[in-house]
Design a protein around this ligand. Structure first.
Ligand code: NAP
Length: 249
């Protein structure tokens, strides 16, 4: 899985799964642009990449905002000249049962989790189309496949990622660009640490492998989709969930 001379952009790359993806792609030889809404974490991860000898750049931007995305792409292309691999990773949760969910809870989650993927993909595609090579890899979730109480906003955004991925895959397949999605189960990051120990123990019972995944587990699958070896795979959703989606019901 050699990515030498490739350049990747990872959204929400400042911590958690995004950070692991950044470091894994750099280990495979790619230069990496680290986007995050938080400057300190983006810069810290960029410095870690730099220490491996790969080019890197931290770009602070809110990926749910079209103007921010346009500015981010301008900065990224000016610095590194190209984007070969886009990883749509930034995401949030705002959990509440539907009867208590506000319009703002819905809009915020759909904007950051789904609209961001539309905006970033639309922005990187012209360069990929020109060079006739590209990889668009987006983070869905087991919840986008199976649903989850308290998460109608999050589940809808993650199901939307699957539709977006499959539509993009068909639109650009003839130009050497693939689009795939990952559906992680419960991965041990700040996002899942906030759910509380008792709920985490309950969740473990629903995972056939019996433990939460690590950000590294997801990063390995991203590296595969990004690699030349995955050239004939597009429009797919790969579960990285310890068997959870298959055992959900
Ligand atoms: P995380 O630890 O909360 O990290 C998310 C990152 O995205 C943070 O660095 C965050 O910045 C950044 N971010 C949030 N809003 C942003 C915005 N508007 N623009 C740019 N960056 C933004 O989450 P994670 O667990 O690593 O999850 C990464 C992705 O995997 C998400 O799409 C998530 O839905 C998906 N996923 C996670 C799990 C899981 O179990 N953890 C399971 C399935 C899918 P701040 O630090 O400033 O907030």
């Amino acid at each position: 899985m050699d990515l030498t001379n490739r350049v990747a952009l990872v959204t929400g790359g400042g911590r958690g799964i995004g950070q692991a993806i950044v470091m894994r792609l750099a280990a495979a030889g790619a230069g990496v642009i680290i986007n995050d809404i938080d400057q300190a974490s983006a810069e810290s991860v960029a410095a870690q990449v730099q220490a491996t000898g790969r080019p890197s750049l931290a770009v602070v931007a809110d990926v749910s905002d079209a103007a921010s995305v346009a500015k981010m792409m301008e900065t990224a292309l000016a610095a590194l000249g190209r984007i070969d691999i886009l990883v749509n990773n930034a995401g949030i949760t705002r959990d509440r049962i539907i009867l208590r969910m506000t319009d703002e809870d819905w809009d915020k989650v759909l904007d950051i989790n789904l609209k961001s993927a539309f905006l970033c993909t639309r922005a990187v595609l012209p360069g990929m189309l020109k060079q006739r090579w590209g990889r668009v890899i987006s983070l869905s979730s087991v919840v986008g496949i199976c649903g989850n109480p308290g998460q109608v906003n999050y589940a809808s955004s993650k199901a939307g990622i699957i539709g977006l991925t499959r539509a993009i895959a068909r639109e650009v397949a003839s130009r050497g660009i693939t689009a795939n999605a990952l559906a992680p189960g419960f991965i041990d990051t700040e996002m899942t640490q906030k759910i509380g120990e008792s709920v985490r123990e309950e969740v473990k019972k629903r995972i056939p492998l019996g433990y939460l995944g690590s950000p590294q587990d997801v990063a390995e699958a991203v590296a595969f989709f990004a690699s030349p070896e995955a050239c004939y795979i597009t429009g797919q959703v790969l579960s990285v969930d310890g068997g959870m989606a298959g055992a959900w019901w």
